[in-house]
Design a binder for this molecule. Structure first.
Ligand SMILES: O=C(O)CCC(=O)C(=O)O
Ligand SMILES: [Fe+2]
Length: 269
């Protein structure tokens, strides 16, 4: 596990012309660890949406696992793959609640990403029958919380569900840092994507994989700061270090590309 100059972060200032299709391709190919976009949205948008979220914080739900816990506002699909109907119901309920307080950070970020990367479309994913996926999940990591080593791969995980997302070609993850913690909370991402034989490293009854699965792989460590918007390839192993002090609050959504053209994409939470 070594930091390595060949597996590192690309920093972009919004409007600087650096964010393009080629950069998305490098994330997909596993050549770039993190793309960090600074200044994607005005500070005032973050401040307003942070305040809106605060009003519905009591709606957050915590899912406990033997080796961790996830506190979220809005459902995350990975938890509902065996009961998609419940996912869509919960997604509508969360959307209504966020609308009530005029929370619009996900829509703003989508619009800004579309412009920044020159996309033709970036919309919440839909099933052919019209059921719409949730457009993001608010994740709250409080003092003492970490996330175990895992990878996110909807093409693999939804394969037997009949959901349209299983047919995507590529998946990225977009994270919007709403509130940074005082210490810790670093994202550690490895230059190692999932392979079927890794299932031997899966933690029984828990979340994620044993550290042995990434032995020897280059790692990049990134500590998100408030107002960062960053992209990773979540099919690569990643984990979040223990958070200290203030909550680490993020808005996250996955970005899926149905084809090799990286200009048309869908999102889900
Ligand atoms: O919050 C982060 O830095 C990463 C969260 C994560 O696991 C993901 O985006 O897939
Ligand atoms: Fe993840």
């Amino acid at each position: 596990m070594t930091e390595n100059e060949n597996w590192t972060r690309v920093e972009c200032d919004a409007g600087g012309g650096q964010a393009d299709q080629d950069l998305l391709r490098r994330l997909i190919d596993g050549d770039v660890a993190v793309v960090r976009l600074r200044g994607l949205l005005p500070a005032a948008e973050f401040a307003a949406n942070r305040e809106r979220l605060r009003r519905i914080f009591s709606d957050a739900t915590t899912t406990r696992y033997v080796n961790g816990a996830l506190t979220t506002i809005g459902p995350y699909l990975a938890k509902y793959l065996s009961r998609p109907d419940d996912y869509f119901t919960a997604a509508r309920a969360a959307e209504n609640r966020l609308d009530e307080v005029s929370f619009d950070l996900s829509a703003q970020v989508r619009q800004a990403l579309t412009k920044e990367f020159g996309l033709h479309s970036l919309r919440p994913a839909e099933e052919p029958d019209g059921r719409r996926y949730g457009d993001a999940v608010v994740r709250v990591h409080a003092d003492g919380v970490s996330n175990p080593l895992h990878n996110d791969n909807i093409m693999r995980d939804a394969r037997d569900t009949g959901l349209a997302l299983a047919g995507l070609r590529h998946q990225l993850s977009c994270v919007v840092c709403v509130e940074e913690c005082d210490e810790g909370g670093e994202l550690r991402i490895y230059q190692r994507s999932w392979r079927p034989e890794d299932e031997a490293f899966k933690i029984d009854g828990g979340l994620g994989y044993d550290a042995g699965v990434v032995a020897g792989a280059p790692v990049h460590t990134f500590r998100p700061r408030a107002e960062d918007v960053y992209l990773i390839n979540p099919t690569h192993y990643h984990e979040i270090e223990r958070v200290h002090g203030a909550d680490r609050t993020t808005l996250g959504f996955f970005v899926g590309f149905p084809g090799e053209s990286l200009t048309d994409a869908v999102v889900w939470g």
